[in-house]
Design a protein around this ligand. Sequence first.
Ligand code: GLV
Length: 334
Amino acid sequence: MLNSNIRGFAFDTEMKPKILITRELFPQTLATLAQHFDVSGNQDDVPFTAQQMMQHLADKAGVLVVGGDRIDAAAIAAAPQLKVIANCAVGYNNVDVAAASARRILVTNTPGVLDETTADLTWALMFAAARGVTERERFVRSGKWESIRFIRNLGLDVHGATLGIIGMGRIGQAVARRAAGFNMRVIYSNRARLGSDIERACNASYVEKAELLRQADFVTLHMPYSAENHHLIGAKEIALMQPSAVLINAARGGIVDELALIDALKNKRIAAAGIDVFENEPKVRPEFFALDNVVLLPHIGSATTGTRRKMADLAAQNLIAGLTTGTAPNLVNG
Ligand code: GLV
């Protein structure tokens, strides 16, 4: 039997387990998966509604979840044959892991391949926020620039500043290592203090979160989203920061209380922010659009060709292992 339900693909599907790929993916990854599975894709890249997701999952043994698509308890309940959920991201708060585990469904993620790329983007946000890069670029494009103004368009120095990293896992450490090139002091807070070898490699000193917020010129967040981390940075925490400080979030939206951040930016309680992730993506609070001291990006932390290829390959290998051997690398079930 030939199946051509992925646009541009036709392949033999005799007796192969059925899988769903929720959004557009590299043709090479589709071809690899098609060697093992009867693949239903979504190369049009239009996100499924919750109802459509349930319909698509009804007869699937596996799903490769792309673009943070939600696989909630209702979707899992609507998928009686589901055995593996391979999330194509390191964060997996879009998947109801407890509901999956209760059904013994394997859930995997893609750790380790996107740390450096996400750290690069964090630095892009830091520089852009410190120097008002996007706001000033919009000004040049407006055609209104008439002369260099010596005491206008002034930003903040990144070099020599104190960098405060909250969440010192792989990505936080990759951010820290880059700071040496800018002669920065690095402080971090984390659930647990790291070993002295890692602290030395990152040239970073451990402090309590409140102390970090008081001391840092740049505060950057690098922890997964969880119920405990919900609004970890709110009005109380922002109040501890210096008025000249910059907040960077390339982790997950729900970690920052957006209304508190908007209020702080509006009232210059802090100087600026750089944000790649939002509480209700892809919806962005319109109050952000009125602020010129915030840089806004559409969740592109890991978005380079090389890294997205590695993530897709890893998610595909997780799915193949899970459905062919009954276990998989990169499991996140507790
Ligand atoms: C991206 O946000 C990821 O979690 O991989």
